[in-house]
Design a binder for this molecule. Structure first.
Ligand code: SF4
Length: 261
């Protein structure tokens, strides 16, 4: 990471978060002499994401026998939306879930973080990104000067797929309207898609994550730019990729700042 004078203003906590992401902070010798950086690490235990094949959601239509419907989702406010999701039985995942994982955070956030699906910890606690991957996500956000409470965090799927398998096309097709309504309600300034499955389903593409990174994307329903980066669970398995992820985060931050100026 190149030296940036702005880093001189980072808090010890932010520098520790950069360290957790594997990003070197270059400081002048004078600064190094007084530096006492808190050590923070994220252990390499992965609990919620595994690589798999992309899904094509446009080909799938809801089935008539479903217990609930999300056909009128565009009229729902936050509370009604959350209730409807909690009661949702539109796909088979309702049979194996402990509870739905609606999403968490600031409903007026500039940043919307979108992952793949709940893992075991998330299914138990009802909140996205609470395991080891969640700890690293928190560190990534803190490195940007953001608290977890500053952003909104959601997943493509609201229910955990058994054994953390990849989402099926029909599951994504049924669940996506819930997320789309959340995006409409939040109206974020930037969307960060974490991992290949989140990115491909959000952008309706089979393009590899590597080729989706490093540029802005747009989805039909919103003018909000979408930036793609690695899932924190993948970063725990492949720590050398943390530098690329940091580049993606800086792109997202720069995009948001440009939109605000
Ligand atoms: S995954 Fe989504 S569509 Fe399927 S039951 Fe859960 S909330 Fe409903």
């Amino acid at each position: 990471m190149e030296y940036d004078s702005k880093l001189m203003t980072l808090t010890e906590r932010q520098k520790a978060c950069l360290d957790a992401m594997g990003i070197d902070v270059w400081l002048p010798k004078a600064a190094l002499a007084v530096e006492n950086v808190e050590q923070e690490t994220a252990s390499a235990v992965v609990d919620d994401v595994a690589p798999g094949k992309p899904v094509a959601i446009a080909e799938v239509q809801p089935q008539a026998e479903h217990v609930t419907s999300n056909a009128d989702v565009s009229a729902l406010g936050w509370e009604a939306l959350q209730t409807r999701v909690a009661e949702c039985r539109l796909c088979e995942l309702h049979k194996t879930r402990t509870q739905t994982v609606f999403g968490v955070g600031n409903r007026d956030a500039d940043w919307l973080i979108i992952g793949e699906a709940p893992g075991a910890d998330e299914d138990r606690q009802g909140e996205p990104f609470v395991g080891r991957a969640g700890q690293l996500l928190n560190a990534m956000l803190q490195a940007l000067g953001l608290a977890r409470e500053d952003v909104y965090i959601a997943n493509i799927l609201k229910c955990r797929p058994p054994q953390n398998r990849d989402p099926k096309a029909e599951e994504v097709a049924h669940c996506m309207p819930w997320l789309q309504r959340q995006i409409q309600l939040i109206q974020p300034k930037v969307i960060l898609a974490l991992g290949r499955i989140a990115a491909q389903n959000l952008l309706q593409t089979n393009t590899s994550l590597g080729r989706l990174r490093g540029r802005l994307h747009y989805i039909d329903m919103t003018p909000t730019p979408v930036i793609v980066t690695y899932h924190p669970a993948y970063l725990l398995r492949s720590p050398l990729e943390k530098r690329k992820s940091w580049e993606d985060l800086l792109l997202a931050k720069k995009t948001l700042e440009s939109a605000a100026s």
